[in-house]
Design a protein around this ligand. Structure first.
Ligand code: HEC
Ligand code: HEC
Length: 348
């Protein structure tokens, strides 16, 4: 995919000029800007191609409490469209009332993510996520077999499944529930933001402060080393110096790797207006606090990414960085997912 190639180029540029960085990095600006061009179509995997019937079924399932044991919660209980598909809490609310292990991530732009899902990569792909929350006793608390039986017993759903999956076999299966939900989730795409108008050539779309912030993001502050490309994520796992104690993230699955201790997935950075609190544990309440963390360089330890180091940003530079991040908020919160679903694979 073009934007991944772009990320590598940005990294090469940044490395090439390390040590001899000019006072004003704007000579690089044009090359950096070219890395953020918006994609032309939403990608769907070959084993789960787009169809309107599947997407509509997935949308219905996403909003329906039929998928929880006591019919009190659905995916949208935590992934709320007007909160950038998260829930406004530090950590997600468990069924028994306490906090779950992690902060609810935004669901924007997951179609562009190739790697594993979940903060610690516990899910193989997007399809594999669904029965994590559905079957977790302290979340939706519904076993896969019971979910299939419930939906099959509902004549409306049985017909919708048969329409969305014309292949022979039982209409409702676990795999079909997963495929329909993932098809809908791939439509959750951030709408064009002022930043995108600037990338497309409108110099007045964002302020000079935000442009300086963009230079910092790609240059001295090194954010683009991980928050790369149009969706601002490399889909990979890094220790940025946040987790503590037993909260070792990806390290739990790959205990032999030092670099993956305390490593969590790089989140995309669009639509952060509705997304506080931040980080996998919801430990930072504002973007200003996130910028301060990177300025300090997080917890210094052997697993910390080599891309992270104290930045010594001035107050003016922090303000510029924040101004830039705010240009990633779209003028509308509408995304393809909540519009009329198109017949053919939709455009962002
Ligand atoms: C109680 C709140 C809650 C509910 C209900 C919930 N989720 Fe989540 N969701 C979370 C949390 C917390 C995570 C992070 C889990 C992890 O990383 O292990 C998450 C992670 C995800 C991810 C991975 C995102 C990424 O960037 O890797 C997807 C996709 C997702 N949820 C979809 C769903 C779907 C589909 C449903 C309904 C079947 C659902 N969620 C129900 C809280 C919730
Ligand atoms: C080494 C890779 C890397 C670098 C460099 C990096 N980030 Fe991150 N970023 C991450 C990871 C990984 C997380 C999630 C960390 C966690 O939850 O523990 C994250 C989280 C964030 C979040 C929180 C988003 C959310 O949904 O909670 C913001 C905002 C952010 N980074 C902005 C920045 C900025 C601004 C810079 C530059 C000053 C930067 N990042 C540099 C990898 C990186």
């Amino acid at each position: 995919m073009a934007w991944k190639v772009g990320a590598a180029l940005t990294a090469a540029l940044t490395m090439g000029i390390a040590g001899s960085l000019p006072q004003d990095p704007s000579p690089q600006r044009a090359a950096w800007r070219a890395q953020y061009r918006a994609p032309e179509a939403i990608p769907f995997p070959e084993n789960n191609p787009y169809s309107r019937a599947k997407a509509e079924l997935g949308r219905r399932l996403f909003f329906d409490s039929i998928l929880s044991g006591d019919r009190t919660r659905s995916c949208v209980s935590c992934h709320q469209p007007d909160l950038a598909w998260t829930d406004g809490r530090r950590r997600a609310l468990g069924r028994a009332g306490g906090d779950l292990e992690f902060h609810t991530p935004s669901l924007f732009n997951l179609a562009w993510q190739d790697g594993r899902f979940g903060w610690d990569g516990k899910f193989r792909d997007l399809e594999a996520v669904a029965f994590g929350p559905i079957s977790a006793p302290n979340n939706m608390n519904l076993g896969a077999e019971e979910a299939v039986a419930r939906l099959a017993a509902d004549p409306d759903y049985a017909a919708a499944f048969a329409g969305a999956f014309p292949e022979p076999g039982p209409a409702v299966t676990r795999e079909r529930i997963e495929a329909a939900l993932a098809t809908f989730e791939r439509l959750i795409v951030s709408a064009p933001a002022p930043f995108d108008r600037w990338i497309a050539g409108d110099e007045r779309a964002i302020t000079e402060a935000a442009k300086r912030g963009f230079d910092l993001f790609n240059g001295r502050a090194n954010c683009a080393a991980c928050h790369s490309g149009w969706s601002f994520s490399d889909g990979s796992f890094h220790d940025v110096g946040v987790g503590r104690g037993d909260d070792i993230g990806r390290g739990r699955f790959v205990p032999t790797s030092q670099a993956l201790r305390y490593a969590f997935k790089t989140p995309g950075l669009r639509e952060m207006r509705g997304r506080a609190a931040f980080m996998h544990d919801g430990s930072l309440d504002s973007l200003a606090m996130v910028i301060d963390l990177y300025d300090r360089g997080g917890i210094d330890r052997p697993s910390r990414s080599r891309e992270i180091r104290p930045l010594n940003l001035s107050a003016a530079e922090k303000a510029d960085l924040l101004a830039f991040l705010n240009t990633l908020n779209a003028d509308t919160t509408l995304s393809v997912a909540v519009a009329d679903l198109p017949a053919d694979a939709p455009k962002p």
